[in-house]
Design a protein around this ligand. Sequence first.
Ligand code: AMP
Length: 400
Amino acid sequence: MNIDVKNKKVLVRVDFNVPLDAKFKITDDTRIRAALPTIKHLLKEGAAVILMSHLGRPQKKLNEDGSINVKKFTLNHLVSHLSKKLRVKVKFADNCAGDSAKKLAKSLKAGEVLLLENTRFHKEESKGDKAFAKKLASLADVYVNDAFGTAHRAHASTTTVAQFFKKGKKSFGFLMLKEIENANKLLNDPARPLTAIIGGAKVSDKILLLERLIDFANNIVIGGGMAYTFIKAKGGSTGNSLVEEDKQKLALRLLAKAKKKGVNIYLPKDSVIADKFAANAKKETKYSMRIRKGWMGLDIGEKAQKEFAAVIESSSSILWNGPMGVFEMPAFAKGTKAIAKSVAKATKKGAFSLVGGGDSVAAVNQMGLSDKVSYVSTGGGAMLEFLEGKQLPGIKAIEG
Ligand code: AMP
C-alpha cells in the first residue's frame, strides 16, 4: 500500500460478511481478522478510517411489508467485536449514503474508525450505481479495496466507487495483495509438477476452471460429485450418483484435450457408495465404474485416496478447490480429510499449496490444517474466477 494517508480520510471496502447466530453473535470472525492488518496500518499511518461492507443478502430477505430487515442485517452487530480487535471505539453510521455518514465522516479524526451501515441496504449497491457510488466516494480522500471475496462483483462499493479517486488516491489493501500474489504463484511460472485437485458437486460450475487447468497443470485430480459425470461418460455405471447427463460430451472433450496436451487426469478408482443420500445410509466401497442401481457414490474410496495421495505428495505446486465427497456427513468425509492431510504433507516437503473455494477451505479449517498449507484463500467465487483467467472488476477498478 504505497499511498499517502496521513491526516486523510480513507474509505476502505472490507468483507465483513461474517456468520451470525440467532442472537446476532459472530460465530466465525475470520473475515474480520483478515482485514485487521490493513486497518491497523492505516491507523498507524495517521488516517481516519471509514469502513464499508455488505452483510448477507438483505434485498433477497425483505420484511413482509417490503422493508429492509435492519434488525437481522445491520452491521451494528459487529461494532463491539471490531472495537475490541482494534482497541479503538468504533463509531457507527446507520445509513452508508445518508446524512449520518456524511456528518460522522466529516468530524472523524486521524486514528478514529467509522463503520458504515450495510451497503446492500441500498438496491443501488449491486447495480453498481454511479450516483450512489459517488455519495460513498464523497466521504473520503482515498479509497482502499481489501474485499477480495467480492472482487468478482461489479458493485458500487467494490468497483464503481474507485472511478471517483485518481491514481495515487486508490489502492489495494494487504489482504487483496496477498490473494493476488498467491494466485499468481500458481498462474505465473509455478514450480512443477503442478497438481490441481478439483472436487465439489457439479462439473457445470467448474467447466471454465477445468478448461484453463488443462492449459497449465501437469496433473488434475477429480473427486466429489463431479467425478461421476466423467465416469459415466467413460462408460461406467454410476447408479444414482450425481451425474449431469448434458455434460457428458463435454467431459469426453476435456479428457481428450488433456490427453493431447499430456495432462494426467485422475478419477477415483473406487468410491464409498450409499443406498441413500443420508448420514445413516448403508455404505460399501466399490469400483467407481461399477456402481449398482439404486446406489450412489458419496466419497472417494481407499484406492483412490492412495492414488491421489501419491500424485499430490510428489507435486511442487498444488491447487485445491472443492471437497472429495459429501464431507458435511462424517460417514462421507474420509476422502476429503485424507486429501487435506496429503496437501499438508506435500507442503511440509516444500510444495506451494493454495486452498481456494468455500468447502475445501471449511474442510482444512475443520481439521485444523489451515496453517499447514501455504495459503488459504478468503474468496471462493472470486478466487475461482481469478484462476479461470478472468479480470475481476474490483481489481481492474484499482489498476485502471
Ligand atoms: P462446490 O460448492 O461445487 O464445491 O460443492 C460442494 C458440495 O459438493 C458439498 O456440499 C458436497 O456435499 C457436495 N458433494 C461432494 N461430493 C459429492 C457427491 N459425491 N455427491 C453429491 N454431492 C457431493
